[in-house]
Design a protein around this ligand. Structure first.
Ligand code: AMP
Length: 227
């Protein structure tokens, strides 16, 4: 972890359609800067697995590729953001996804005297997203991401990072659901690009290239934001 340049806790938002690489990049930034990755998708999947009321309400919506209600997501995010580790700074991955969520985030941050360091739009072609999403899977033990075509582990079925052998595919990573998720992104989330541009915190990164090149661009943004 390289924290030498960090002076204030960062609040970084990653914006982009499903498959843009938000989760992969958030994990890399988490490791490099000691920030905490806050993925509302992960929090919701955990709620579904635990069978909480929120999880029960979210399950079918997620399977259809639609957005879970603002109320549920904001509550989940608020609770997670209040946990002590988030004081180190956070990378929001998959939140906010609607203007109502963005406004709620502004209010939550104002309550704790924080502000958004940067909102980064990961720019990708829709057509490539279906291929990216339908081939991806993760290590069930450590969460490392892999892809049938672009990133296979050195030994088939064995995680390079932790040696785990249980690989998982998300239930909503199928062609039909991906189309709904892309529609939801364009209708409800893409307007946030203008929202953050108006606030003067928007940055854009070409996210069609190599994972490490994109990671380098994002690291530069985080370092700049911390100064
Ligand atoms: P993700 O892991 O970010 O791709 O999210 C998976 C699914 O969880 C999405 O397709 C939505 O159904 C739901 N979800 C995650 N984050 C949000 C959010 N901020 N607002 C509404 N729904 C969300």
């Amino acid at each position: 972890m390289d924290t030498a340049v960090m002076t204030t806790p960062a609040v970084l938002i990653l914006l982009g359609p499903p498959g843009a690489g938000k989760g992969t990049q958030a994990r890399m930034l988490e490791e490099k800067f000691g920030l905490v990755q806050l993925s509302t998708g992960d929090l919701l999947r955990a709620a579904v697995a635990a069978g909480t009321e929120a999880g029960k309400a979210a399950k079918a919506v997620m399977e259809a590729g639609d957005l879970v209600s603002d109320e549920i997501v904001i509550n989940i995010l608020r609770d997670r953001l209040a946990e002590p580790d988030c004081a180190k700074g956070v990378i929001l991955d998959g939140f906010p996804r609607t203007t109502v969520q963005a406004q709620a985030l502004d209010t939550l941050l104002a309550e704790t005297g924080q502000k958004i360091s940067a909102a980064v739009s990961l720019e990708v072609d829709d057509a490539a997203m279906v291929t990216r999403i339908s081939g991806r899977y993760t290590c069930g033990n450590c969460g490392e991401g892999y892809h049938d075509s672009f990133k296979q582990p050195a030994r088939d079925g064995v995680c390079d990072k932790c040696g785990g052998t249980e690989m998982k595919r998300r239930a909503d990573d199928n062609a039909e659901t991906v189309s709904s998720r892309l529609v939801a992104y364009h209708d409800q989330t893409a307007p946030l690009i203008a929202y953050y541009k108006d606030k003067g915190v928007l940055q854009s990164v070409d996210a069609m290239g190599e994972i490490d090149t994109i990671a380098g661009a994002l690291a530069g943004i985080v370092e700049q934001a911390m100064k």
